[in-house]
Design a binder for this molecule. Structure first.
Ligand code: NAD
Length: 406
């Protein structure tokens, strides 16, 4: 927290009928470090203003008709009232312009995934973030679960031994029928290349799987071979896909993502197999992590339970047996954002007081923020490189391609 004041959030998206914008608001406010101050909630100005007052209880003066109006008005407010950062929870094709305008106006950004429509846009955002010493958090929220952090710690400590095999799957069934053709809000833009990007399912949920794998294992996907498919007749983007993975260091893996897996809800599951042990985590039972061995029975670790490491403890709010879930994991990214903000303020004050060279202070801040364990602008670019490589591999009939690194 910056002193005792709450950070002021400006939300973009999250209008009537929207999904994730309201989740961002709840997650941001969970720990009392952030409060929604203003927003532009819809591309339709009248609906946007109405959502601000009716849905979020904001004053009319802070319920804007557009992001342009919001950025210009907020930037002109005294620093004690102005929003501190912008959250972007709109369809994919709008992320780049909104993030670019926010960063150019001097605001930090929390952006939903995938970060942009393509790699070139992601690279351009990365340059802006770096130049302006801005904070950029990408909401790959599954990295926020305590048992995901525990899994990562066990891998880092070598408890599995060198990793051989990774299986990640993200299965949903909600696009099994042509609800996009019937105008369902979330389905319509996700299956439209102009609004979703080059990939459908693989960009929407395959990107979460990719981020989870690299976060937990610490391994980079070096090359891949992909097979994307649209099962629903007339659908223009993939609703199902399989990817073979080769990691730096020799591990092999598979990544399967589907939105036509009938009956599946939000079944994200990661299994990692090393020379000595293995781990197994599922998003629908997120407070349990199973660790397997070849010489003794499996161990179960639980959120808040005995034996878990400091990363997981720090990401847990309640005593064990009180289930924590999606919102709490999401909120951990906002905690990281608030900590990065406070760190930057602290460094700036230090630099001013000590006369320390500004660039050295900036570097310390960047290093600190990197240690804060939230996906950032490099992950944004990484995600876009993964998506583009998958699409290209599949388009060429399933050839092996290297995934560029930054
Ligand atoms: P949605 O269609 O439910 O909601 C999008 C909202 O953005 C709507 O209220 C729409 O009116 C508004 N909007 C569109 N253009 C706008 C503009 N120019 N200015 C202001 N508001 C505008 O979509 P959703 O399912 O909430 O997804 C939004 C984003 O969040 C997508 O990028 C998606 O990939 C991502 N998402 C992430 C997660 C996650 O777990 N991290 C989950 C769902 C969606």
């Amino acid at each position: 927290m910056v002193g005792v004041r709450k950070l002021r959030m400006g939300l973009v998206g999250g209008g009537d009928g929207a999904f994730i914008g309201a989740v961002h608001r709840m997650a941001a406010e969970l720990d009392g470090q952030i409060a929604l101050a203003c927003g532009a909630f819809s591309s339709d100005p009248a609906r946007s203003r109405a959502a601000g007052t009716a849905r979020y209880g904001l004053p009319a003066a802070r319920s804007y008709g557009s992001t342009a109006e919001m950025f210009a008005t907020e930037a002109a407010l005294p620093s004690g009232e102005r929003m501190d950062f912008v959250t972007i929870a709109t369809p994919n094709h709008t992320h780049f312009d909104i993030a670019h305008a926010a960063l150019a106006a001097g605001f930090d950004v929390v952006c939903d995934k995938p970060a942009t429509l393509d790699v070139a846009q992601a690279r351009s955002l990365r340059d802006l973030v770096r130049m302006g010493d801005r904070i950029f958090v990408l909401t790959h929220n599954y990295t926020g679960y305590p048992m995901v952090k525990e899994a990562r710690r066990l891998v880092r400590e070598g408890r599995l031994g060198p990793i051989r095999r990774v299986c990640v799957e993200y299965l949903q069934g909600w696009l099994a029928k042509p609800i996009d053709a019937e105008g369902q809000k979330q389905a319509s833009w996700r299956t439209d290349p102009a609004r979703s990007g080059a990939a459908g399912c693989m960009g929407d949920i395959g990107s979460h799987a990719e981020s989870l794998v690299e976060y937990v294992t610490g391994l980079r996907i070096e090359s891949l071979c992909a097979d994307l498919h649209a099962f629903v007749p007339g659908r223009r983007l993939d609703d199902d896909g399989s990817v073979l993975l080769r990691f730096a260091g020799g591990a092999r893996g598979t990544l399967v993502a589907s939105q036509v897996a009938i009956g599946e809800e939000n079944n994200l599951r990661l299994r990692v197999y090393g020379e000595h042990g293995a781990l197994d985590w599922s998003q629908q039972e997120p407070n349990t992590l199973t660790l397997r061995h070849d010489d003794r029975p499996a161990e179960v670790r639980r959120t808040g339970g005995p034996g878990v490491g400091p990363d997981a403890v720090a990401a847990t709010r309640l005593p064990s047996g009180h289930p924590e879930g999606f919102l709490e994991a999401f909120a951990n990214l906002y905690r990281g954002f608030a900590a990065a903000y406070a760190a930057r303020e602290g460094k700036a004050a230090y630099a001013a007081r000590e006369g320390k060279a500004a660039h050295a202070a900036r570097e310390e801040t960047a290093a600190y923020a990197a240690g804060l364990d939230v996906p950032g602008i490099d992950d944004a670019l990484r995600g876009m490189q993964f998506i583009e490589t998958v699409v290209e591999s599949s388009r060429r009939g399933g050839v092996w391609l290297s995934v560029p690194s930054q």
